[in-house]
Design a protein around this ligand. Sequence first.
Ligand SMILES: NC(=O)c1ccc[n+]([C@@H]2O[C@H](COP(=O)([O-])OP(=O)(O)OC[C@H]3O[C@@H](n4cnc5c(N)ncnc54)[C@H](O)[C@@H]3O)[C@@H](O)[C@H]2O)c1
Length: 355
Amino acid sequence: MIAKGHDLNQRTWPLMKVLIIGGAGFIGVNSADYFLSRGHEVAILDNFSRAGSRRNAAWLAEKYRSISIEHVDVRTDLEVLRARVRGVALVIHEAGQVAVTTSVLDPRSDFEINALGTFNVLEALRQNNEGQVLMYASTNKVYGGLEHLGVVERNGRYEFDALSDGVPETEPLDFYSPYGCSKGAADQYVHDYARIFGLRTIVFRQSCIYGPHQFGLEDQGWVAWFSIRASLGQPITIYGDGKQIRDVLYVEDLAEAYARAYERIQITAGKIYNLGGGPKNTLSLLELVDLLGRRYRREQRVAFSDWRPGDQRVFVANINKAQEDFGWEPATRAAQGIEALATWIDANRGMFGQG
Ligand SMILES: NC(=O)c1ccc[n+]([C@@H]2O[C@H](COP(=O)([O-])OP(=O)(O)OC[C@H]3O[C@@H](n4cnc5c(N)ncnc54)[C@H](O)[C@@H]3O)[C@@H](O)[C@H]2O)c1
C-alpha cells in the first residue's frame, strides 16, 4: 500500500451502487476495488475479451463476496444494459478496444466496440434516466499528433518548447487513427448527451495509466509491458528513439479522481477533464528502461524499431482543471507507483509465462 498525501477514506457521501462496464479490465478492476473497499455496492459487466480479464474478475470475486459479475457485450446486449443501469448511482464506462495498432488492423471492430458500444450505454441511460452519473474513459489521443506544439530535446528527452503546464482541455480535437476516431466520437457523444438530454455525464481524457492488474501488451499499456518483460528478463522493442515523454498516472489515483469528481457532481456534470500524471510525473521510455534495469539489477536488452502511426513525441496533460473543480492531483510519484506495479508482477510471474 502506498502512502498518500490525503486521506482517501474520509468520504461524506452515502453508500451507493456503482456499475462498472468493462469492469474486469485493468482500470475497471482497480476502480471496483476502490469502491468496494469503501463499502459501496459494485456490479461489473464485461465480455472478457481482454487477456487477463477473467483472472481480474476471479481476484475480485475472491476478495469481495458481494460483487456481481456478468458477461455482457456492449455492442449487442442492449436489454441487459438497459436493465443494469436502473437503480445505480454511478456508471463508469471502461469497456473498450484499447490499442491503436489493433484499430488499424480491424477498424470496424474498433468502431463497433468504442463508438457504437458507448452509444448503446448512452441510450440505455437516456431511456432510463434516473439521474445516474456516467463517467467515460476517453483518451489524450483525441488531441492527435500535436505537431504544431513546438517540441525540443533537452537532456535526452522531448519536451514541449513552451507549454510547461501541459496540454489543456481547450486544445482543438484532432482525431488520429481509427482508435482516435472511435474514442473521440464516443467522447463527443458522451459530452453532448449531457447538453441535449440532460444526462449527468463526465468525460475523462486519460493519459497513460499504470498499476497492478494491468496485463500490458506490446501494443497497449507500455509501462506494464516494459515492467513484465524486465521482471521476466526478456528483451523490449522500443518504437521510435525512446526519448518520447508521457505523463503517467497510477491507477489508484485515477480511481480517487473518479470519486472526487462524483462528490462534486454539481460542478463536474457535463464537463470534460484531462487526467494524467501531469508535469510532475513524466517519464521517457528510456528512463523507464533505466529504472527497471536498476530495480532488477541487470541491463535491460532493448531493440529499436520505426515510430508507430500517431505516436506523439510528447504528451503531458494539463490537469489544473481537475485540481480547480474537484481538488484532485496525483498522490503517487512515478517511481513509487512503478515499484508497486513491479511488486505485483513479480508476485504473479506465473500468469506471464514463468513460474
Ligand atoms: N490504460 C490506459 O492507459 C488508458 C488510457 C486512456 C484511456 N483508456 C481507456 O480506458 C478504458 C479502460 O482501459 P484499460 O486499460 O482498463 O483496458 P482493458 O483492456 O484492461 O479493459 C477494457 C475491458 O473492456 C472489456 N471489453 C472489451 N470489449 C468489450 C465489449 N464489446 N463489451 C464488454 N466489454 C468489453 C475487456 O474485456 C476489458 O476487460 C478503455 O476504454 C481505454 O480506451 C485507458
